[in-house]
Design a protein around this ligand. Structure first.
Ligand code: ASP
Length: 349
């Protein structure tokens, strides 16, 4: 159910907030423990929300969740809410826990295509109940950004994360910090905006507004995928077990550096067997910055011949959710492989 907080009779924007939970919305219960609280208590903790000249409507997860419990069904719920309310609002804020925010923002960037309004994820490292919470600043600035227009058109028309002064493309972001406020980074793509005294937009990095774009919502996601993270000493039993997971359709292989893998024959032949059984194997790097370049070193030269797809500069979060999305749309491994090498929502160079 949507509840509306009409703060202004002539607002500069109307924003729909999808409140999923996470640290931002937590408050202390009578025993002094942090528990997710309802949105009215969040508003009571941020009185300045009433002065932004933005009307807010809120739809909450019931109950709000810790984002470590996020499932694909929650992404469908967020996407469906945005789709159903798309025409009625100028922009959307998703209040979300930080732990899986980069996965959720990546997933929504593939599920909501043809966007010409902002969808901004934000949250906090410290609960709103804490006097030093970063949640106030994150939430208020995310709202300002979602309401911003330039020559009558929205400045942002994509799925982003706003956190600790930076607006980042959602499907380029990673949570890199659990202690300090600068929780997110986007090493392979510049920040879309930096919020200082003014909000300084990076217009060349922002997705261009497309007046002809029409929202298409893709709710189908398939979860028959696994992540194979390499480490020195990984043994044959472990690799064989992961690659023969029942009904597995896609493997995200987290390799070293610029896409390098051990070139022991047993390892390469296991990958080849998987590919021959129509399992799609996508090679992404364990490094946060840089590119997979298969063939740069001898250690990755066999991968092109075997039919491993280079994930180039994709994050693991974007690779995982892109595979779920593509397997939701097609059962043809060749088509999925082609789409994995093409940027759908600005997720790779
Ligand atoms: N565990 C919390 C969550 O992701 C952490 C946070 O919000 O920062 O929901």
């Amino acid at each position: 159910m949507i509840s509306t907080l009409e703060f202004s009779s002539n607002p500069k924007a109307s924003i729909l907030i999808v409140y999923t939970g996470g640290t931002l919305g937590m408050d202390y219960d009578e025993n002094g423990s942090l528990v997710p609280c309802d949105f009215e208590r969040v508003v009571a903790r941020i009185p300045v929300l009433k002065e932004l000249n933005i009307n807010l409507s809120v739809i909450s997860f019931n109950p709000p969740i810790d984002s470590s419990n996020v499932k694909t069904e929650h992404w469908v719920q967020i996407g469906q809410t945005i789709k159903d309310n798309y025409a009625a609002f100028d922009g959307f804020i998703v209040l979300h826990g930080t732990d899986t925010m980069a996965y959720s923002a990546s997933a929504l960037s593939f599920m909501l295509q043809g966007l010409n309004k902002p969808v901004i994820f934000t949250g906090a490292q410290l609960p709103i109940a804490s006097p030093r919470s970063d949640g106030r600043e994150n939430f208020v600035t995310a709202l300002e950004i979602a309401a911003d227009r330039r020559e009558g058109i929205p400045v942002v028309s994509e799925v982003c994360i706003f956190f600790n002064h930076l607006l980042l493309r959602g499907n380029r972001s990673k949570k890199v910090e659990s202690h300090h406020f600068d929780a997110f980074e986007s090493e392979n793509y510049p920040a879309l905006a930096e919020a200082g005294i003014v909000i300084d937009y990076n217009y060349t990095a922002l997705k261009a507004y497309d007046p002809t774009a029409r929202l298409i919502f893709y709710p189908e996601l398939k979860d028959d995928i696994v992540i194979l993270k390499l480490f020195p000493g990984i043994n044959q039993k472990a690799v064989s077990h992961i690659l023969s997971t029942p009904s597995v359709k896609g493997v995200i292989m987290e390799s070293y550096g610029s896409g390098n893998v051990p070139h022991q024959p047993w390892f390469l032949s296991m990958l080849e067997d998987a590919v021959n059984k129509d399992v799609v194997v996508l090679n992404v790097s364990q490094c946060n910055g840089g590119n997979v370049i298969q063939g740069k070193y001898e250690a990755s030269s066999a991968l092109n011949r075997i039919g491993i797809i280079s994930g180039r500069d994709l994050t693991t979060e974007a690779a995982t959710t892109k595979m779920m999305h593509l397997f939701g749309r097609s059962t043809d491994p060749q088509e999925i492989k082609r789409n994995l090498t093409t940027a759908i929502s600005g997720e790779m160079n």
